[in-house]
Design a protein around this ligand. Sequence first.
Ligand SMILES: Cc1cc2nc3c(=O)[nH]c(=O)nc-3n(C[C@H](O)[C@H](O)[C@H](O)COP(=O)(O)OP(=O)(O)OC[C@H]3O[C@@H](n4cnc5c(N)ncnc54)[C@H](O)[C@@H]3O)c2cc1C
Length: 403
Amino acid sequence: MKLIVIGGGAAGYFAAIHHKAAFPAHDVLLIEKSENGLAKVKISGGGRCNVTHACFDARQLADYYPRGGKALIGPFQRFNPRDTMTWFQTRGVPLKIEPDGRVFPISNSSQSIVDALETAAQELGISIWNRCAVDTIEPRPSGGFLITLSAGAVHPCDAIILTTGSSRQGYAFAESLGHSIVPPVPSLFTFKINDPDLIAIPGVSVASATATLTGSKTWKQTGPILVTHWGFSGPAIIKLSAWAAREFSESNYQLPLTINWLPAYKEQEIEATLMDLQASSKKWISSKSLFPEISGRLWEYLVRKSIENGDVQWIETGKKQIRKLIETLVRDRYEVIGKGVFKEEFVTCGGIPLNEVNFKTMESRVCPGLYFAGEILDIDGITGGFNFQNAWTTGFIAGDALI
Ligand SMILES: Cc1cc2nc3c(=O)[nH]c(=O)nc-3n(C[C@H](O)[C@H](O)[C@H](O)COP(=O)(O)OP(=O)(O)OC[C@H]3O[C@@H](n4cnc5c(N)ncnc54)[C@H](O)[C@@H]3O)c2cc1C
């Protein structure tokens, strides 16, 4: 039995390792087109590698995947974040769980994860060919496949695990073998906002605001929001980008966004606080934030956005102006005009349609002997270690099941 794994990323390594561990007599070859595999692991999580997320319930875990969560429930019952943690820890990579559930190596270095995977592959005797690109895959009439490398050499094999991530070439291989492809579009990005006054206060953040996007439906996320040099970032924004990734692409990254800067307050409470001051205070309205959740710089920006001349005293303002300020505090409107980069993590939404894959084995329902794992599938998670968990889980299942 000869297995060729095409693509030496997280999913390819994990699939090759688990196959060789389960079937030591099989010949396992991992083919990677770049200088070294695991390039994304190396740069992941800002160089720290957010290897998984401490969520150990399959159904709950599935909720973190805008696409593919339902299909992953069964696979998560077989290989979940606890298994991932055990696997790395027993291979000499101590891990830590951060307060938000993200799991990192204690070393804070993705190299620990790379080393563990490379060592495991080496110890098991997996052949790894780097700088070796697959050019075509052809099914053999007698079963199995012929793989042609770009250098021209042809290699026969009995089965393939295709783990080429979001590479266009990987999608083309799958199409040549009878699959369709859900069009790939980016997920996990920041929002560009056309508001010179907003982007003049970069670095301002709130710990908990509610951002709402409106398209063919409404998406809502509550969490930290950060003002950047081009618009908005922060966990609530990045999560929204994931849930609305396809809608964003279809709208050319232009959707209306509304922010409630004070989700912990009832609108009447805010109104009462503001009306009190309006009745009596001679203080300058923009000089001091009334809410500990909103910093002075953000408060001043919001006041100036609501009241034409922000340099007025509370007592000088009319009810209409106060109403406008309340509106800005709880329903602050923006137009997203494009997407920006989120350096910590990036993933592609789209790929192999999930109904074309058997999730008990990760084998293609279209082409027997062809298996998939990782980002090539139409699966993607929000930021927090979920995308690697998809690679570990589907890689484990493909490697373990295939025979
Ligand atoms: C900057 C960044 C940071 C990230 N940080 C995190 C994080 O902290 N936590 C998290 O969960 N996720 C993170 N992700 C997402 C995560 O890295 C991916 O979801 C994951 O790496 C996908 O693994 P994969 O093996 O499916 O694909 P890839 O890692 O993309 O691997 C595919 C491999 O296939 C090879 N290949 C392609 N075509 C061919 C060919 N024709 N022949 C041979 N080889 C080929 C490629 O060279 C590549 O090495 C991050 C992504 C980015 C870009």
